[in-house]
Design a protein around this ligand. Structure first.
Ligand SMILES: [Zn+2]
Length: 137
């Protein structure tokens, strides 16, 4: 680990609200949300130290996050853990497809910024995604 952090990507950078978006903050996560037909475009900001099972599980009440997340990780590093032990590191810039039934953690001291497209509870069916994490046969 180097002590020389790039000044443009450190956690002290303020990430301002997006004008015209609906803003929602829950469990330390902030979302700026736009409607696009039946879908939503969201900028989701996860702070350093965030972990779904710590920050959101007590609020959501399920064992794992049961949402699908599809989009683009614009900043930061997130680790997705599935119940079979699979562990997937997402490092920006990277396209993202996360299946229902996972935990998620921000790795390192950089804020993670995910640009997400979703159909709320219909994301899996509308995008014809697998219902859960699976392995190619
Ligand atoms: Zn697996």
């Amino acid at each position: 680990m180097s002590n020389e952090q790039p000044t443009t990507n450190n956690n002290s950078k303020m990430i301002p609200p997006i004008g015209g978006a609906v803003r929602r903050e829950v469990g330390g996560v902030s979302e700026d949300i736009f409607s696009a037909g039946d879908a939503h475009i969201k900028r989701v900001v996860y702070p350093s130290g965030y972990k779904w099972s710590t920050n959101l599980k007590p609020i959501v009440g399920t064992d794992l996050c049961m949402h699908a997340h599809v989009g683009f990780l614009a900043e930061g590093h997130m680790r997705i853990e599935y119940p079979d032990g699979c562990c997937i590191d997402l490092v920006a810039p990277q396209a993202v497809i996360i299946h229902p039934g996972h935990d998620a953690t921000v790795i390192g001291d950089e804020t993670a910024v995910l640009i997400q497209f979703d159909f709320d509870k219909e994301t899996v069916s509308r995008l014809n995604l697998p219902l859960e994490h699976e392995h190619a046969k």
